[in-house]
Unconditional design. Structure first.
Length: 83
């Protein structure tokens, strides 16, 4: 399924951003940050915080991927039974 492939790519990249994040002090607080590297002069490096919202979104999309994989498996099992 196309959606499974899209989610795998997105989540793999986001997982790498989370795993390779780095600690910084910002406004007297410790936080994790990550950055995207510049692709060209029009899109410079961009640094952003790994916050609860990002982590919750990541977890939710992992659940979506899991659901999609189960649906794909169930379709394949059903098709195999018909053969």
């Amino acid at each position: 399924d196309k959606r499974v492939l899209e989610l795998l790519c997105e989540l793999g990249n986001e997982r790498n951003r989370i795993i390779h994040s780095f600690p910084v002090t910002h406004d007297g607080r410790q936080e994790l940050r990550t950055k995207t590297k510049a692709k060209d002069e029009e899109q410079p490096n961009y640094q952003y915080q790994i916050d609860r919202e990002l982590l919750h979104s990541f977890i939710d999309r992992n659940q979506e991927l899991s659901d999609e994989l189960y649906e794909c498996r169930d379709r394949n099992v059903a098709m195999a039974k018909l053969s």
